[in-house]
Write a new protein. Sequence first.
Length: 86
Amino acid sequence: MHTKFHILEAIDQSKFTDPLEIHVLEHSKLNAYNRDIESELLIDWAEFLSLNSEEKLMDFKDRTDLPEGKLKAIEEFERIKDDPNL
């Protein structure tokens, strides 16, 4: 479900920079993902990014176990989602 990439220099394979990573989340694999093995935080973010209706967003937002970072992400998403310029 989750793959992480780094940008490497072509000849010596050194990393371009440590902080730069590209994360790919495969939403189609989310339901089959084993919560006991993998990061709960990663799975929560994947679930948030795959929300496809206002109702699902509200259900997700009403969860009592969401950390502050996800609540801020939801608030920011709600602020910008209806602005065509953003």
